[in-house]
Design a protein around this ligand. Sequence first.
Ligand code: SF4
Length: 322
Amino acid sequence: MQKRTQREENPFPFSDSNKRYHTYEYYLRRTFGGKCVKIPLNGGFTCPNRDGRCGYGGCIFCSGQGSGDFALSPDLSLAEQYRAEREKLSAKWDTARCIPYFQPFTNTYAPVERLRTLWNEALALPDVVGMNVATRADCLPDDVVDLLAEFSERTVLTLELGLQTIHDKTAKAIGRGYPLSVFADAWARLREKAPCVRLGVHLIFGLIGENDEMIGQTVQYVARLSPEEVKFHSLYVVKNTKMAQIYENGGYFPLSRDQYTDLVVCAIEHLPPQTVVARLTGDSAETELLAPLWGLKKREILNEIDKKFYARKTYQGKLYSL
Ligand code: SF4
């Protein structure tokens, strides 16, 4: 008898390939009818963790580019940034459908009128099919939540929240600047007042002082929220950060690739099947990354995750329970 392919053997319902998790690519195809590309835009924001409202200097791992290491200068208009990024991507991808992504720093940290102007500008760009906004849970006052609700009636709007961990002790150690209760409050208000906004959560594995059990608790908490998206990152130690000092002084040992991929597979097993896994590795400029260097080989990380899912005969949601 002919051996069945990994694709034919795949029991995961939200997949038409060998992927045993709900990929972003699958979600985009099903939602928009084809490949879409995210176009990073820099709206010229700062972050309360940098301008003194919560602190100065940012989270201990933040590169100073506010998690937008590849973003263009905000001196360029949104239309100029969009055109340039799209051109760059068009060499590799079909850019017929685009999702502007307000990525660096805290993209709701401004008065609503400024946000309204920027978001209107973004939605008026050619071939836009949705919009993503990355922010912090402590920058979502009620008027911003109302504005998000308004825009979610006009487009497929995804709000990405950088939670990283549920543990307040870790949050203090990394300088996040707010406790879990702030995230929980923002989440409840978003779900109540802006139900059409797709909500995403960013998690980091390998944070200083965290063990597997703590990471598992964070994953369980997030799974119970049933987010529309989750992004996973391994903690990257980047030059000229507080994390770099700790690492260089011997105070931090990054996860190995094997540990990280084990944690990711286990986390995805606990997520609801409908939650889209929008990212499985972080991004860092090669010249800036100190550790772990395996983080530069994204293809190998993704392949290892696929292999582990297959070898363990598991898939997203296998261990999910409310
Ligand atoms: S919240 Fe984001 S932008 Fe602000 S300091 Fe932390 S990582 Fe950087």
